[in-house]
Design a protein around this ligand. Structure first.
Ligand code: ADP
Ligand code: MG
Length: 458
């Protein structure tokens, strides 16, 4: 591995200079909308524009070797293609998740919708994928390893671009003093590329009067929650979905990925209703399931990628990013994980952060599962723990900066749009770096563990 030069020598910069950077970063964030709702403000989230706070950010971009950046960009369209192929193989999805279904109610409900679609021979002609593949650079093996592939509700394409532009702007102003060149922060088209893919999906659907519907969690404005879709939605004879009388061409899920988004049968009914319609779903139920951790683990087994891909180079490129992944029915690996739990992460079939099991809890949970019997095993996978390089960072929260030791996770967005045999878009579509203090196991920004960041190529 090219060893990244530390760009941040804490000793080099006096507090006065850092405060100046902080001030500029805060002004820039306020002016450009790099802001989130401030939960301590009473009316935040109810009155638009009231109670905003700058987003949690790294003050400066984190160094990242250019060769790994290129590698992550290069595999993005291959992963897009893979998700598409998996989505067409209903049997693979059902078989891979058949044991998970018994152990995990949420996955089982998703599979139920999926099998209804298979039974009715429902085909998705126009397929839109807005994905984010996440990676960490493993110090031990010197390789770029995939953490997971997100196929639903990938967060922060909007913030990704903004934080990149903030860092570029700071380096244009202070680069000389910092010894950094703003051009080494790669441009980030995440927002416009995702918007472009949605617009092109809308065009393919070819109904100028139809709208794009964003499905959100309750209490957000201007959009529809799943419960509202159940009450106001209808699928017509020709497959058209209407919600409150409006035809819908594209459905984007900013919700629907966690059991909490389905508090009653209404939400499940709405998900099924949308799936039965001809609207373009981002994601379809098959794309959603293709992004589960269980499928990720199945794909890492020998010979499985070959079921979906012909090109040997492409297969090799994907496989190179796979970390060790195991199901819990492998006694050898269970034994090893009980002995050395710190080398593993145990993952349930969940998204959105805060669900994984680390360290001694891995041992305890594995021992518990051994006592309680086989069935529940299938709710989890085991993954090799990745240990990225620790670097010095300035983290900025609540207008105050902290120096800390941190590790980073690079997410590369990918957009895919296809109408029958015609691939309209298949590209890498910008990125998001998330940086967290190295003492924290989990990584979510919204969950409060990490900050938004960009990369400095070296
Ligand atoms: P989620 O769907 O909840 O985002 P992830 O698989 O992305 O689940 O895991 C959440 C976080 O846990 C990641 O962002 C990362 O910080 C950490 N993590 C996940 N897998 C590993 C791993 N194999 N090694 C080290 N850290 C990991
Ligand atoms: Mg994740």
């Amino acid at each position: 591995m090219e060893s990244p030069k530390p760009i941040l020598d804490f000793e080099k910069f006096d507090d006065g200079f850092v405060q100046k950077l902080v001030y500029d970063a805060l002004v820039w964030s306020s002016l450009h909308g790099l802001v989130v709702g401030d939960k301590t403000h009473q009316r935040s989230g109810t009155v638009p524009g009231v109670g905003m706070m700058h987003a949690p950010i790294a003050l400066l971009p984190t160094p990242f070797p250019e060769s790994y950046w290129n590698q992550a960009c290069e595999v993005a369209p291959i992963f897009n293609e893979l998700v598409d192929r998996i989505s067409l193989d209903g049997k693979f999805i059902q078989d891979s998740l058949s044991r998970t279904r018994k152990a995990d109610v949420f996955t089982s409900r998703l599979l139920e919708i999926h099998s209804k679609m298979l039974e009715s021979n429902k085909r998705e002609e126009i397929r839109l994928g807005l994905h984010r593949s996440d990676y960490m650079l493993d110090e031990e093996t010197k390789s770029l390893l995939q953490i997971e592939m997100n196929t639903i509700s990938c967060s922060f394409p909007g913030f990704g671009r903004l934080v990149t532009e903030l860092h570029q702007s700071l380096l244009r102003t202070h680069g000389d003093h910092l010894g950094l060149d703003s051009k080494r922060v790669p441009r980030n088209g995440s927002t416009s590329q995702f918007a472009d893919a949605m617009a092109k999906a809308w065009l393919e659907y070819n109904n100028p009067r139809a709208v794009v519907m964003v499905v959100v969690q309750p209490d957000e404005r201007n959009m529809k929650s799943l419960a509202e879709v159940e009450t106001e939605g209808r699928v017509h004879e020709d497959g058209t979905l209407t919600v409150a009388g409006q035809a819908v061409s594209v459905v984007y899920y900013r919700s629907g990925y966690t059991p909490r988004d389905y508090p009653s049968e209404s939400e499940w009914n709405a998900r099924l209703l949308i799936e039965q319609s001809s609207a373009v779903k981002c994601p379809s139920i098959a794309y959603h399931l293709a992004g589960t951790k269980k499928i990720q683990q199945e794909l890492a087994k020998p010979g499985v990628l070959e079921r979906f891909m012909d090109n040997k180079d492409d297969i090799a490129k994907l496989r190179k990013c796979f970390a060790g992944l195991w199901s819990l029915d492998d006694p050898e690996i269970i034994k090893k994980a009980i002995e050395k739990p710190e080398l593993f992460v145990m993952k349930p079939q969940r998204e959105g952060g805060g669900n994984n099991i680390y360290g001694d809890d891995v041992r305890e949970n594995l021992l518990r599962l051994q006592r309680e019997g086989e069935e529940e095993n299938a709710a989890y996978i085991l993954m090799q723990r990745i240990f990225p390089k620790v670097s010095n960072v300035f983290l900025l929260r609540d207008g105050v900066y902290h120096k800390d030791q941190a590790i980073s996770e690079l997410g590369v967005y990918g957009a895919y749009l296809r109408n029958k045999e015609r691939v309209i878009i298949n590209e890498h579509s910008g990125y998001l770096m998330r940086t967290k203090v190295s003492s924290s196991d989990e990584g979510g920004v919204a969950a409060g563990y990490a900050v938004l960041d960009s990369i400095y190529l070296n």
